[in-house]
Design a protein around this ligand. Sequence first.
Ligand code: ATP
Ligand code: MG
Length: 290
Amino acid sequence: MTPQVEAIPRIISMTNQVGGSGKSTSGVNMGAILADWGYKTLVVDADDQCDASVALGYMHPDAIVGQKNIYDCLTDKSVKLREAIVPAFAGPYDAEGSKRIENLDLVLGSGEMENAEQHLTTAMARELWLKRLLDQVKGEYDVIIIDCPGSLGLVVIGAILASTEVVACIKPGFKELRGLTRIEQKIAAIQEEFSEYGADARLSGIILVDVPTSRSQGAVWDDGKNMAKQAYGDLVLAGSTEDQLGIRRSTKIPESYAHQKVLLHYDRAGEATYDYIAVTKGLGFQKQAI
Ligand SMILES: Nc1ncnc2c1ncn2[C@@H]1O[C@H](COP(=O)(O)OP(=O)(O)OP(=O)(O)O)[C@@H](O)[C@H]1O
Ligand SMILES: [Mg+2]
């Protein structure tokens, strides 16, 4: 299999400082779809909640004896990023019957990342922490997806500086759409401030998540969808059916998380799965020829 490798891997930060906006869900599910399509993919869990790690098979990342994680790499220069990379699983990694997801790796998260901001405040070249780590392995991947925490601190700035693009996830309500303006301004400000580091991440897509399907339920959401479309045009990624923007509300999403499985392995033919496939295509990816 020869995936269409770009000179530099696409490095995508999943962002939005509004919490609970579908960043982790979108990051791991797109990651699994890309892996299925033949892209060698790395998901980086940069959030202290460790949702990406849980979703990819690692319920307690800090409790694995002898295993390094992202916080170890951040705080100890002698720890190489490769030491924190583990294979992604469908199901708990240590349970019988769980399956390794081919082509998908994970930089293991850590609950200790809650101390990351404090640690970075006094670190040298603190904004470049993640770029420097990813430089160690980026030649080995076609796509790297960074799952960011839901606040705009040094961890997220580091992620944006390490990225070639930013994908924003939002639940399309008024408050959330206002938050998106802030992320756009933040990207622009970071680029201006760190232009000497070659900061050039662009906003490449907006994923609306948890979009109700029934019209009666959806007046406010319809307004939100329309507002998003008006403000951001084609950046708002289409779902899998006509007129469907983003990812439909689906009980399969919390269920699949509870089973520690990505949608592709939990509900392969489900609506939300198809929406994520459409969104991944909308970002310009396609199944690689074998
Ligand atoms: N399409 C959907 N249908 C139903 N529930 C969804 C959908 N998308 C996300 N959710 C639920 O919304 C919640 C938040 O999603 P997620 O954890 O992906 O957001 P996040 O932006 O990563 O949050 P945080 O800022 O806390 O890291 C989760 O409980 C998830 O199961
Ligand atoms: Mg998250």
